[in-house]
Structures are given as structure tokens and as C-alpha cells.
Write a protein that binds this ligand. Structure first.
Ligand code: HEM
Length: 511
């Protein structure tokens, strides 16, 4: 390796003068030779074990129940943490342990940094025009920098703190109003939380929560619920629409009209609503009113972006802020509502740190049990169970196996978080497992739930701030009890692991 480093230093000098050019040429020759030798060595590693499937369709039938993360985890018990499957004519390598997942996301990132999108996602993301689905290129780097500087980075999050305060106060207010109207009756947790979270997403992205909007292309005025459906619910459903041509790319010339119509409709409506929302805000800006939000930032600082790019980036910020944080908060409140002892332990911790004051973000670093509840919920109910697929663009080695160029890589976060070699009794919800660890209370990556490496989640800080303060305040102000019969409602649905049945829980105000 030292030899290689020395050789690499030489071409720099080659720029200085004639004779050095020749030295540079020889150097390049050695480097190429070295890389070839390494590749030969890598090909001596065996390919990963294969999960047996059927001719032509491979393992597709075994994956038909739309919860691939669970099937992948089951297969890992037989085939080990890394194995290959066939989805039609595609080779997919599935990674199920922290070690191989980290190797793929960090050490081997340069050879597996291209996103592999389904046909539905290609359309819905305007062909990779959002940060989370972009390949690692100049657009990605600039867009991610803009997103962090204006919205999701630590300094921007401080500026947006006021929206989170308003949000959590509104949520508590609404639960209080529910109790006054229907004492001892259960409340649909999701309905209240989701609506407030969407309001926050809109304020951060376009500078204003909206009640309705007139959409010229659709010829009607849409309510807030309709806007939410078009911007968030429909695309989340569309993202998991299956186009059989994804699995047989050589048949892509055959039309799939039903699928195309459905996704194009979603795309068209999303475009129309986003355009209307942006136009409204441009009128505000034209009147000289500036707001601290992503839209104002992009229009003033990122003026090389096209209108379509701005539209897509704003939509991304809205959909990403509106979904996964709800998933985590809802599962955490489900677990606490059925576990009075742990709920009480959390209350004690909050009272000892905050006294009779309301819990605030500033106190989070002193509340390790609350942080443990957040991380344990992320672990057991990983909101993004599989990292968006990546594509191996040159032969690579992972976990002692050779992965061939052209394979797809699926990182099964759920599988990593359920790995018995790391987590004792992984199916149990046990926040205590995160106590007495050396890492900082506010460390975000205690599990694989936010991904890792260069593509780790950009919204992890926001998710933690919102979820932890919400869980803490709700337990500080109310005692929670599951509605009878709710214990077994643990099924999930969708791209992110939403609770299939919204949480029904009974809040009782504390004195
Ligand atoms: C509990 C909540 C959340 C979880 C579990 C989560 C999880 C993830 C995961 C697993 C990835 C993929 C990482 C990869 O490809 O390696 C990701 C990427 C991303 N997430 Fe999150 N996320 C959450 C909340 C949010 C929020 C609230 C936002 C924004 C408002 C957000 C914005 C993003 C972005 C922009 C990326 C792409 C990062 C990149 O490609 O560089 N996430 N998230």
C-alpha cells in the first residue's frame, strides 16, 4: 500500500516539467497494474450464497406480500448476513448486518453510490431530481448543502425552533380539547399529529401553513386535506407501485398503460399543487415580505436551479418532514401507552429535570431515558426498513464476497436492527438497552435507522428534536392508556412502516 501511495504522489510533480511527464506515465502504468492485480485478487472471493428461486422470476413470488424487510431477515437466519436473490432478471445483494451495511455505506461507497430507481420512483422524483434519490454528483452535493444550510442543519434547525414550539403546543392543546369533549374516550393520535407535522413541513419549506389553495390546472380550490393527499399520501403509495417491467428490463418496450396512467396522474397533480403553492409565495416575495424558509433561500441563493428543480426540492422537504417522524412518534406512544411502568419511569426523569416547567429542547441532553425511548422505537419499528436501492457500478468486495458490477444492493435496516448477534431479545421493546452506554445522549446514530456514511439521513436532527420533545411533553401532560384491544394492532403498511391501524389511545390530563 505504501508503494501505491508513493506512486500516487509522483504524477503531481509531472505537471512541472517534461522529464517528469515520462515519470508520470510510468507511474500510471504501475497504478493500473496494481488495480488489475487487486481486481484479480477480488475475483478469487466467492460470490455470496444464493437464495433458491424459480426459473425466470427468481425469488419474486417469495416477496409478494410487500414486507420484503421481514422476508429478508428470515432468510438471513439460513443464508447469513449477506446473500443474493433474483428479482426477475435482476441480481440483488441483500445486506442484513451492521458490519456489512457499514462496509457498503462507508468503505465501499465509491463503487456503490448510484441509486437504482423503480419505474414509479423515476417518474415521481422527476428522474432523481431530489437529494435522497439523486446519484452522488454535483447536483447532489449542491442540493444537499442548500438543504442543510437553509433547513435541516443544526444552525437552521435553531432558527426553525419556533415552528416546533408552536407545533407541540398545538398538539397538546388538541388532546386537551378532546379530553374536555370526550373524557375517557380514545383519540386518533395520528390525525392530530400528522396534521400539525404537515403544517410544520409547509412552514419550513414555503414559509406558510395553508388552509386551501386554488389550483388552476385542476380547476378547483383544494382543502388542506386534499393538498396533503396529493403531496404526501399519494406519492408514498405510488412509490411502492409495482411495474412488472422493473424486474424484466428487456421487456420495457411492452406498454403497461394502467401503471403509467396512475403514476402520471399523481405526478401531474403534485406538479399542479406545488406550482400553485410556489406562485402564491412568489407574490409575497414580490411585495417585499421575506420569510426564513427553504423557498426564499433557494430563490435568492441557488439561482442557477431551474423552476422544476426548485419545485422538486421543495416537495422533497415537505414529504420527508411529514412522514417518518410521525411513524416514530406514533410507535413510541403505542409502546408507552401499553407499558405504564416505563411511562412512569419517563415521567419521573422529566419531573426530576424540568420540575413543573414544560420540557424544552434545551433539556434533552439531560434526559437519557427519553433518548433511549426514541432510539429503541427507531430500532424496533425502523421507519425506513430498507435503504433506497443502490447499484454496484464496478466489481466490489463485501463481507468476504465478490459483488459483480450491475448488481443491486438492498441494505435491510430492519434486519440490522433485529440482529440477535448485536441485540439481546431483539423483538422486545426495551429502552433500557440504550442506557449506560458510553455514547452521548444526543448521539443520533445508535442504530442503523438513519442509514450511514455520506448518505446518512439529512433530517435526523429534526426527527429527534420533534419526536423527543413531543413524546416527553405528551407524557408530562397526560397519562396514556391503550384502548382495549389495541395491543395486537402491530401490523404495518407502506413504504415507511406506518402502523396499519392508527393508534387509538386514551389521554388523561395529569394534575
Ligand atoms: C425518524 C425519522 C427518519 C428516519 C428513520 C429517516 C431515515 C432515513 C434513511 C434510512 C435514509 C437513507 C440513507 C441512505 O441512503 O443511506 C434517509 C435519507 C434522507 N432523509 Fe431521512 N429519515 C427520517 C427523517 C427525515 C426527515 C424529518 C427529513 C427531512 C425533513 C429527512 C430527510 C432525508 C434526506 C434529505 C435524505 C437523503 C440524504 C442523502 O442522500 O444524502 N429524513 N433518511
Amino acid at each position: 500500500m505504501d508503494t501505491l501511495l508513493n506512486l500516487q504522489a509522483l504524477p503531481l510533480g509531472a505537471a512541472i516539467g517534461g522529464p517528469a511527464v515520462a515519470v508520470g506515465g510510468i507511474t500510471l502504468f504501475f497504478i493500473r497494474q496494481y488495480v488489475k492485480d487487486q481486481n484479480k485478487k477480488s475475483s478469487t472471493f466467492p460470490p455470496p450464497p444464493e437464495v433458491p428461486g424459480l426459473p425466470v422470476i427468481g425469488n419474486l413470488l417469495q416477496l409478494k406480500e410487500k414486507k420484503p424487510h421481514k422476508t429478508f431477515t428470515k432468510w438471513a437466519e439460513t443464508y447469513g448476513p449477506i446473500y443474493s436473490i433474483k428479482t426477475g432478471s435482476n441480481n440483488m445483494i441483500v445486506l442484513n448486518s451492521n458490519d456489512v451495511a457499514k462496509e457498503a455505506m462507508v468503505t465501499k461507497y465509491s463503487s456503490i453510490s448510484t441509486r437504482k430507481l423503480s419505474n414509479a420512483l423515476k417518474i415521481l422524483t422527476s428522474d432523481k431530481s431530489i437529494v435522497a434519490m439523486s446519484d452522488y454528483n454535483e447536483f447532489y452535493k449542491t442540493a444537499k448543502r442548500n438543504l442543510l444550510t437553509s433547513t435541516l442543519g443544526p444552525i437552521a434547525q435553531k432558527r426553525h425552533c419556533v415552528h416546533r414550539d408552536v407545533m407541540i403546543n398545538n398538539i397538546c392543546e388538541q388532546f386537551r380539547a378532546h379530553v374536555e369533549m370526550y373524557p375517557s374516550e380514545s383519540v386518533n393520535f395520528r390525525k392530530i399529529f400528522q396534521s400539525e407535522l404537515f403544517g410544520l413541513a409547509l412552514k419550513q419549506a414555503i414559509g406558510e401553513d395553508v388552509n386551501s389553495i386554488y389550483v388552476k390546472e385542476l380547476g378547483s380550490t383544494l382543502s388542506r386535506d386534499e393538498i396533503f393527499k396529493i403531496l404526501v399520501i399519494d406519492p408514498m403509495e405510488g412509490a411502492i407501485e409495482v411495474d412488472w417491467r422493473d424486474f424484466f428490463p428487456y421487456l420495457k418496450w411492452i406498454p403497461n398503460k394502467g401503471f403509467e396512467y396512475k403514476i402520471q396522474q399523481m405526478y401531474f397533480r403534485r406538479q399542479a399543487v406545488m406550482k400553485a403553492l410556489i406562485e402564491e409565495q412568489k407574490k409575497r416575495i414580490a411585495c417585499g415580505v421575506e420569510v426564513n424558509c427553504y423557498l426564499d433561500y433557494l430563490l435568492s441563493e441557488a439561482n442557477t436551479l431551474s423552476e422544476q428543480q426548485v419545485l422538486m426540492l421543495l416537495w422533497e422537504a415537505i414529504i420527508e418532514a411529514s412522514d417518518t417522524t410521525l411513524v416514530t412518534s406514533e410507535w413510541a406512544m403505542y409502546e408507552l401507552s401499553k407499558d405504564p411502568e416505563r411511562q412512569n419511569r419517563l415521567l419521573m426523569e422529566i419531573q426530576s429535570v424540568c420540575g413543573s416547567n414544560k420540557l424544552t429542547e434545551a433539556k434533552l441532553c439531560q434526559l437519557p431515558y427519553l433518548a433511549a425511548i426514541f432510539h429503541e422505537t427507531l430500532r424496533k419499528h425502523s421507519p425506513v426498513p430498507i435503504v433506497p436501492l443502490r447499484y454496484v457500478h464496478e466489481d466490489a468486495q463485501l463481507g468476504g464476497y465478490t459483488i459483480r458490477e450491475g448488481s443491486e444492493i438492498a441494505i435491510n435496516i430492519y434486519g440490522c436492527n433485529m440482529d440477535r448477534n448485536i441485540w439481546d431479545s431483539p423483538k422486545e421493546w426495551k429502552p433500557e438497552r440504550f442506557l449506560n452506554r458510553k455514547d452521548d445522549t444526543l448521539e443520533l446514530h445508535k442504530t442503523m435507522s438513519f442509514g450511514g456514511g455520506k448518505r446518512a439521513c439529512a433530517g435526523a436532527l429534526q426527527a429527534m428534536l420533534i419526536s423527543c420533545v413531543a413524546i416527553g411533553r405528551l407524557v408530562q401532560e397526560f397519562e396514556w392508556k391503550l384502548k382495549e384491544g389495541e395491543e395486537d394492532n402491530v401490523d404495518t403498511l407502506g413504504l415507511t412502516t406506518h402502523k396499519l391501524h392508527p393508534l387509538l389511545t386514551i389521554p388523561k390530563p395529569r394534575n
